[in-house]
Design a binder for this molecule. Structure first.
Ligand code: 13P
Ligand code: SF4
Length: 303
């Protein structure tokens, strides 16, 4: 293990590279990352970091977004098959049809979307900035793509807007049922339930807090009253929660909460992509100009 970490450090220096990692990747990668965070934080870092090469330990839409915001940098994915199924779950014809139907429509696109879908959007959001951004939009009609569950969560927080959804969802968070949460609560009655809003509304309704991965970690860290928490998001977050809170206990609501795509990232693959300059994110220039617009708007409105 130490050997491979040393190799990665050396390659990072040689190539002037930085490693960004999402909380859902393996703990061993989280530990060696230069920056670890939720989707919005990592997207901000991708804009501001000075290095020539970005290694993104996450899934494809994260690497693509980093490239869109840094067209002149080399962006490497440790595994180019690590993709988020939800990123594809919206029909482009549906977006076009809604644009025809609603004159003042704003297409609000979760960052968990392909670059192709981003070309059809007005603004991107993440779970940590969606409420703020939707509230700031002048439009009454919001087409929220592709995650219907995050969309419904935000719709409940911004009742003055009219939301239209598509039928996309995260296949991992979708597996959680209200029965799972009730069972976890029965086992740990003193533990607040912390949930990601990619879960179904009936599950979110049972939680004490709903927010992004960073929001969930911060909530548990700042809570002085409780010593144990039920976590309803991908298992990877528990690594950082335990590191920040060695005296608190964290229970995953169900062992179904594993994102196999995030887990495709390994230390070996990080070393190899740095060494061989493989798995570069490459996007056509004209296409990038269109796809980066909603991301840039997100960064302006979320400030
Ligand atoms: P956040 O880290 O922004 O909460 O996103 C969760 C997620 O599903 C990333 O794919
Ligand atoms: Fe996509 Fe869900 Fe995995 Fe996040 S947890 S990357 S939304 S499949």
């Amino acid at each position: 293990m130490n050997e491979i970490i040393e190799e990665i450090q050396k390659l990072k220096e040689e190539r002037n590279a930085v490693i960004l990692a999402h909380y859902y990747v393996d703990g061993a990668i989280q530990d060696i990352a230069d920056y670890l965070g939720d989707s919005y934080y990592l997207s901000k870092i991708a804009v501001s970091c000075p290095q020539d090469v970005i290694v993104f330990a996450g899934v494809e839409f994260m690497g693509e977004s980093a490239k869109l915001l840094n067209p002149n940098k080399t962006v490497l994915m440790p595994d180019c098959n690590a993709d988020c199924p939800m990123a594809h779950m919206v029909d482009e014809r549906f977006i076009a049809q809604m644009r025809q139907e609603y004159e003042d429509l704003c297409v609000v696109c979760y960052i968990n979307s392909t670059a192709q879908i981003k070309t059809m959007a007005d603004v991107c959001v993440t779970s940590s900035n969606a409420k703020k951004i939707v509230e700031a939009l002048p439009n009454k009609n919001i087409l929220f793509i592709p995650d219907q569950n995050l969309g419904k969560h935000i719709a409940a927080l911004v009742p003055e807007k009219n939301f239209i959804f598509c039928d996309g969802y995260c296949p991992i968070h979708y597996l959680v049922t209200s029965k799972d949460i009730k069972q976890a609560k029965a086992l740990h009655p003193n533990a607040p339930v912390l949930i990601h809003p990619e879960c179904k509304p009936e599950c979110v309704a049972l939680a004490d807090y709903a927010g992004s991965t960073s929001g969930i970690i911060d909530y548990a860290t700042n809570d002085q009253e409780h010593e144990e928490f039920i976590v309803v998001t991908e298992a990877g977050v528990i690594h950082e929660m335990e590191k920040c809170n060695p005296n608190k206990k964290f229970y995953l609501a169900t062992d179904k909460l594993i994102c196999s795509n995030m887990k495709k990232n390994t230390l070996e693959k990080i070393r190899d992509c740095l060494k061989n300059n493989t798995n570069q994110v490459n996007l056509d220039e004209e296409f990038m100009t269109k796809a980066k617009k909603p991301l840039i708007k997100m960064h302006e409105l979320a400030k």
